[in-house]
Design a protein around this ligand. Structure first.
Ligand code: NAD
Ligand code: DAU
Length: 331
């Protein structure tokens, strides 16, 4: 198997590259990544010399680059995206380009090359906020922020390629991931970094919004399973079965670091903040998958990982300085 992974220098991507190389010894992996602020070759340093691994630096929005990356591959796992909701609120431009137009380029290149399998990584955010029973795969998509709207567009575009062109597309809809290598703009690494520096933690609104946290290693097992055994044309929810209000998550971070709760500061809310994400994952569970990493152990270990990788955290935060200055001004 020769596998293309887009966005492989990002958080989930670099974990998935390692997972595939460890679990499938005879596979070759090619990564296509633009190395935006969120991606770094540091994230892939330990696999760069692996003869089964190849890195291509490029933009999925570039048609020729997408075609070149698809050359000779049997399957693609499409992870590349502008992944941060708050950035998409400041400007939707990059999210529209990469998440929608870039996904189109990847699907087109796969169609032209006759690629055997396309696993498109969508998100639970495409369903919008959940006020009742956890969402099932056939529920309507009602995204409510620019990021999730572009992801919903790509999700349906992927499906349309299955319906229209019979392209073998499988769609994963994962919940909030956490774990090593997550870029420190996302809640858990960002608050860990702030607390380590004794800076206040800017909690949006009352902090009672609920997220369903999924450890990235559990997610990687799900992606490999869906790549190999997911049914073409189908979408699969991938949940953590682990709904937590943000305040509970934040208190665990502080407790693990031995920092005081006085660092918590309630600030102006994110516009259009989805109060809860929740999904039913019966469909992927029927394939034999379930999340295995226990939450409290998982988050404490992740927080320690961030605390032990101070140089990586510092350089990652430095790449996002303009964004942090703009978004958190007054928060
Ligand atoms: P990330 O921001 O950590 O990494 C994104 C990667 O994509 C980076 O390496 C970046 O350089 C690359 N990239 C961005 N634009 C590109 C472009 N135009 N061309 C090529 N490469 C580009 O994101 P992540 O958290 O690892 O998320 C990966 C995927 O999973 C995304 O599609 C995201 O929507 C989805 N997802 C993430 C989560 C989560 O909790 N992190 C949950 C559900 C779904
Ligand atoms: O649900 C899946 C999605 O999870 C993915 O599709 C996205 O790529 C990923 O970024 C993530 O989106 P969220 O918006 O849920 O993640 P984030 O880490 O930004 O925020 C988690 C919660 O914490 C959310 O309720 C907002 C809150 N928060 C976040 C930050 C960064 C704060 O209260 N303060 C903050 O400074």
């Amino acid at each position: 198997m020769h596998l293309l992974i887009t966005g492989g220098a990002g958080f989930i991507g670099c974990n998935f590259v390692r997972h595939v190389l460890a679990e499938r010894e005879d596979w070759r992996v090619r990564v296509l990544d633009k190395l935006t602020y969120a991606g770094s070759l540091d994230n892939l340093a330990d696999v760069m010399d692996d003869p089964r691994f190849e890195f291509m630096h490029g933009d999925i929005c570039d048609r020729e680059m997408a075609e070149a990356a698809m050359d000779g591959v049997d399957a693609v796992v499409h992870l590349a995206a502008e992944s941060h909701v708050d950035r998409s609120i400041i400007s939707a431009e990059a999210a529209v380009q990469t998440n929608f137009v870039g996904s189109f380029r990847i699907f087109e290149a796969a169609r032209a090359a006759g690629t055997g399998r396309v696993l498109h990584v969508s998100t639970d955010e495409v369903y919008g906020a959940c006020f009742g029973d956890p969402f099932e795969e056939d529920d309507p998509l009602t995204p409510r922020n620019p990021y999730s709207a572009t992801k919903a567009g790509a999700d349906r575009l992927a499906h349309s390629y299955y319906i229209t062109y019979d392209m073998p597309v499988v769609i994963a809809r994962p919940s909030n991931n956490y774990g090593p290598w997550q870029y420190p703009e996302k809640l858990i690494p960002f608050f860990t970094w702030r607390a380590l520096n004794d800076e206040h933690l800017p909690v949006y609104g009352d902090g009672m919004q609920i997220r369903d946290w999924l450890h990235v290693e559990d997610h990687c097992r799900a992606l490999l399973l869906l790549l190999e055994e997911g049914e073409a044309g189908e979408a699969y929810n991938v949940h953590g079965d682990n709904e937590r209000p943000n305040m509970e998550t934040i208190r665990l971070i502080l407790d693990e670091l031995g920092k005081p709760e006085s660092l918590i500061r309630h600030v102006e809310d994110r516009p259009g903040h989805d109060v809860r994400y929740a999904m039913d994952a019966t469909k992927i569970r029927a394939l034999g998958w379930e999340p295995q990493i226990e939450w409290e152990q998982g988050i404490r270990k992740s927080v320690r990982w961030f605390a032990e990788h101070v140089d990586w955290m510092r350089s990652s935060v430095a790449r996002g300085k303009a964004y942090f200055d703009e978004w958190y001004a007054g928060r």
